[in-house]
Design a protein around this ligand. Structure first.
Ligand code: WT7
Length: 644
């Protein structure tokens, strides 16, 4: 699509922006010529107990070793809390907007510090020490951020599990990192409905012997089962605790958190981020990509269960002393003007959301947007999946009244923060393009043999060198880290994405090239859905692929072979959809299930997903070479019975 639609930086924005085009060029140059010097300077943006003298020590070859600021000592919670107390103790740190439009809360930096310290003391009383893993399974309430920061304060490694995940998904994540404490709530609220978090947790904990204690925040006030000796109410735990707590001194390379993410195999990977580099990256990118200014109201609509919530609701904005808006609800409830109502109510300046939300709201027309005052908005952001130019332009024209630059930010759980994005005061935008790398980021395109492609090209997106926010390992499985990210193309980090680079050097992300699909901005491994399906007694075999979806970007299309003798019925189809929801969570619900008496396999038994993807997308004219199939006839059968 229109590579030539170029939206220049408005002079009034460039003049005030922290980074204009000249500065962008100078920073890019400086970061490339002397990374140690550049990042030593940027590291000063966070608080150190002992500032680092060794800056970059990274190696993408062999066993892969990534260290940044390695002799520095710090505590992430101090950067987010303590150091703001003198200058902005009474400023709102977290502006919470409830699911119910009548409910909100303002928590100042002083109050947040106090709440974090109290919970830190409670965690220590339960025996939590530096390096212990704590699982957080929470709704979008202030306590979720307090829990993360309290873990950081005592040196515990948090593992936040999205509140929409099932008991099974929660259990496997707790087991993998052997968490000793679980922090949850009685229930969550979303779009007028209740989510039974404590009940889910109880079910999960039947298979989690590592958990010694559960801390339960009272949210909806519903009655929940409490197990004596194991379960504790948050309020009772923290009430008598002192309002200060010593921050644990952490090495820059000590772990800050684990976040599980889907890959090409059935088992989610524990992406491990460490303290120093991650904090520098979160602060650096939040500041520069959103051109953040003192006193602004900043709103990222993500959930803290995803990396976007970690870096751009909690750590990045709080490190920068921002007011970060935390939203419990959904864009469509009580009506589809909710986002804009909240923007008007809190005079939001910077708004960061996902293409799937933009597309869903765009479908309802301009009316719900125009009903609300959006004159406070200054910057708009997009994240999570490629944004189609139509949605981009609607966002720019209707939501932003052509006043606000749109930053289409490309990154991943693994990258810790944004890597490719326009800067509002420096980069001319092209609708649908994430544009250019941030200073210090070295993307490249390679063909399938790993050959670097020059100039205008399309290929696999890799990164040639490290940046401070990069993941360090897969928790408990460094070999898998090396295998997943550094073995496809030797000496390079492989993103799993495909991309195109145009004549201006702009990157256009085309989507995943591996067996990962992106459903409404949520990453889902096809193998995970397949293993959930085959766990059902009626299913003999399953193959899952992505299919184009108007709102979600991609939907989940499952080919299912039933056990001999089982009849394919509508009731069974519904049962399988419900089964996958129960096994993984609602985000994994298949959008289409096709009964497949046979699957296209090579003679060695490998399923040819390329063909299945094409059939799901209804692109059956160019199926390519099917001669290597064991039984080419199955292809026609599948085409004839495609789910429409
Ligand atoms: C995958 C990472 C980044 C935080 C949220 C998702 C896709 C992300 C963009 C974008 C095109 C994007 C990629 C990436 N993606 N942002 N601006 N344009 N694609 O994190 O769950 O780790 O998923 O999301 O495919 O690999 P994640």
């Amino acid at each position: 699509m229109a590579d030539d639609t170029l939206i220049a930086v408005k002079p009034e924005i460039a003049v005030k922006a922290r980074i204009n085009a000249a500065r962008h060029a100078a920073m890019t140059q400086a970061a490339a010529t002397d990374p140690d010097r550049f990042w030593a300077e940027e590291a000063k943006r966070i608080a150190w107990i002992k500032p680092p003298t060794r800056i970059k020590n990274t190696d993408f070859s062999g066993t892969v070793s990534i260290k940044w600021f390695e002799d520095g000592v710090l505590n992430a919670s101090v950067s987010c809390l303590d150091r703001h107390l003198a200058t902005r103790g009474d400023q709102v740190a977290i502006l919470w907007e409830g699911d119910d439009p009548g409910s909100d809360l303002k928590v100042t930096y002083r109050e947040l510090h106090e709440r974090v310290c109290k919970l830190s003391n409670a965690l220590r009383r339960l025996g939590v020490k530096k390096g212990d893993r704590v699982c957080i399974y929470m709704p979008m309430i202030v306590e979720a951020a307090v829990a993360m920061l309290a873990c950081a304060r005592v040196g515990a490694v948090h593992s936040v599990v999205f509140g929409g995940f099932s008991p099974d998904s929660l259990a496997s994540r707790i087991q993998d990192s052997e968490c000793i404490v679980l922090i949850t709530a009685d229930e969550g609220r979303r779009g007028g409905r209740k989510v039974p978090l404590k009940a889910n947790a109880d079910e999960a904990l039947r298979s989690c012997p590592s958990i010694r204690h559960v801390i339960v925040a009272r949210n909806t006030g519903t009655a929940v089962a409490m197990q004596d000796g194991r379960d504790h109410w948050w309020d009772a735990m923290t009430a008598g605790e002192p309002a200060t707590a010593e921050p644990e001194p952490m090495g820059a390379e000590d772990p800050l958190f684990i976040l599980y993410t889907s890959g090409s195999t059935g088992k989610p990977k524990g992406v491990l981020h460490t303290t120093g580099g991650y904090m520098v990256w979160g602060s650096f990118t939040h500041d520069n990509v959103f051109d953040y200014r003192e006193g602004e109201i900043y709103w990222c609509t993500a959930d803290v269960g995803w990396v976007t919530g970690h870096t751009y609701i909690v750590y990045g904005p709080l490190a920068n002393g921002a007011t970060t808006l935390m939203f419990e609800g959904v864009p469509s409830w009580p009506d589809n003007g909710r986002f804009w109502q909240v923007v008007a109510k809190h005079k939001v300046n910077i708004f960061y959301t996902a293409p799937t939300a933009i597309r869903a709201l765009m479908r309802d027309g301009d009316g719900p947007v125009k009903k609300h005052d959006r004159s406070s908005l200054r910057i708009l952001g997009s994240v999570g999946e490629p944004i189609n130019p139509e949605a981009w332009l609607w966002y720019y024209r209707v939501v932003g009244d052509e006043r606000c630059p749109v930053v289409d930010t490309w990154w991943q759980t693994e990258t810790g923060g944004i890597l490719i994005s326009p800067l509002p005061g420096a980069t001319a935008q092209k609708p649908g393009s994430a544009t250019l790398p941030l200073p210090g980021v070295k993307p490249a395109l390679v063909d399938n043999d790993g050959k670097l492609l020059d100039g205008t090209a399309e290929g696999n997106l890799v990164l040639l060198d490290s940046w401070p926010g990069q993941m360090r390992t897969v928790y408990g499985d460094h070999e898998r880290f090396v295998q997943t990210y550094f073995s496809t193309f030797k000496g390079m980090y492989f993103t799993g994405d495909g991309a195109r680079r145009d004549a201006d050097g702009y990157y256009w992300i085309t989507g995943r090239v591996d067996d990962v699909i992106n459903v409404a901005g949520h990453r889902m491994g096809t193998a995970e859905v397949e293993s959930a399906l085959v766990a059902h007694a009626s299913v003999a075999e399953a193959a899952v692929v992505g299919m184009p979806h108007d709102i979600k970007g991609q939907g989940i299309y499952a080919y299912v072979t039933l056990v001999a003798g089982v009849e394919p019925t509508e009731a069974l189809r519904k049962e399988l959809v419900a089964w996958v929801r129960k096994e993984i969570g609602p985000i994994a619900s298949p959008d289409a299930i096709q009964w497949a008496p046979g699957l296209p396999k090579t003679r060695s038994g490998k399923i040819m997903r390329r063909i299945l993807r094409k059939i799901a997308a209804n692109e059956t004219s160019g199926l390519g070479d099917t001669s290597t199939l064991a039984d080419p006839a199955v292809v026609q059968e599948l085409i004839d019975n495609r789910v429409k």
